[in-house]
Design a protein around this ligand. Structure first.
Ligand code: GRF
Length: 227
C-alpha cells in the first residue's frame, strides 16, 4: 500500500477535536468566523489559542470576547529585533505549550522559514483572497481589480516557504462586478472564506486529507473540491 500521512495526524472527532492554533496579524474576522462555527457546530477541530505577531489588533479583542486564549509574539523585544528564527522559535514554544496539533493562518502577514516548516510543514494551512496561482501576495484585491478577470475568490493551501505557493486544498469563487472597489470585493470574498475554512479544516481533522508522493489527496466524499 502506498505510504501517505493524514494532514491532521489522526482522525479527530467532536469529542476529541484537533487542537488548532490560529495565527493572525490584524482584524481577525476569519478567526472569529472559524471559532463561531466550531462553537456552534460541534466540529472535529477546536481553536485552543490565537497567536498574533502584532499587539493591540482587533483580532486579539475578538478572540478575548470568544474566550479563546491569546498570545502576542512581537518581532522585537526591549532588547531589539528578533531574527526570523528567534521569532519562529518563540511561536513554536507557545504552540507546544498549548499542545497544538495544527496551525491555521488567517491573515498572518509573515512568510514562514525552514525553521518552523521543518517542524510544522504539512501541518499548517493558509487562506488567500484570490484564486491562486493568480494574484498571490499582500495586495490580491488591488491586483485583481487592476486586471479585471471575470471572477475572483479564495484559496486554502498548505504553507511552504513561498508567497502563497503551497499545494492547493480548496477554492471558492465569487463574481467580480464593474463598479467593485477593494472593500466590496473583500467583503464578498470573505463570505466564502468564512464558509470554506471550517469545512476544509473538518476534512483535515477527520483524517480525510493525505499527503502522498503524488501530492495532496482528499477523500472529499460528497464535498466538492472547487465550490
Ligand atoms: C483575509 O482576506 C485572508 O484571506 C487574508 O487576509 C485577510 C484577513 O482578514 N490572508 P481577517 O483578519 O480575517 O479579517
Amino acid at each position: 500500500m502506498e505510504s501517505s500521512s493524514a494532514l491532521g495526524g489522526r482522525a479527530a472527532t467532536p469529542s476529541s477535536p484537533l487542537r488548532c492554533a490560529v495565527l493572525i496579524s490584524g482584524s481577525g474576522s476569519g478567526m472569529e468566523a472559524l471559532v463561531r462555527s466550531q462553537q456552534a457546530n460541534n466540529l472535529a477541530h477546536q481553536t485552543v489559542v490565537v497567536l498574533s505577531n502584532k499587539p493591540n489588533v482587533e483580532g486579539l479583542k475578538r478572540a478575548a470576547r470568544l474566550q479563546i486564549p491569546t498570545v502576542v509574539v512581537e518581532q522585537s523585544t526591549s532588547q531589539g529585533p528578533l531574527s526570523r528564527e528567534e521569532h519562529e522559535f518563540e511561536i513554536m514554544k507557545h504552540l507546544e505549550a498549548h499542545d497544538v496539533e495544527f496551525v491555521v493562518l488567517a491573515g498572518y502577514m509573515r512568510l514562514m522559514s525552514p525553521t518552523i516548516l521543518e517542524r510544522w510543514g504539512g501541518r499548517m494551512v493558509n487562506i488567500h483572497p484570490s484564486l491562486l496561482p493568480h494574484f498571490p501576495g499582500a495586495h490580491a484585491h488591488r491586483d485583481v481589480l487592476k486586471a479585471q478577470p471575470s471572477m475572483s475568490g479564495c484559496t486554502i493551501h498548505l504553507v511552504d516557504e513561498g508567497m502563497d505557493t503551497g499545494s492547493v486544498l480548496a477554492q471558492a469563487s465569487v463574481p467580480l462586478f464593474k463598479d467593485d472597489g477593494e472593500g466590496e470585493l473583500s467583503d464578498r470574498v470573505k463570505i466564502e472564506e468564512h464558509r470554506l475554512y471550517p469545512e476544509v479544516l473538518t476534512w483535515i481533522a477527520e483524517g480525510r486529507v493525505h499527503l502522498t508522493k503524488h501530492g495532496l489527496e482528499v477523500d472529499a466524499r460528497e464535498d466538492r473540491l472547487v465550490c
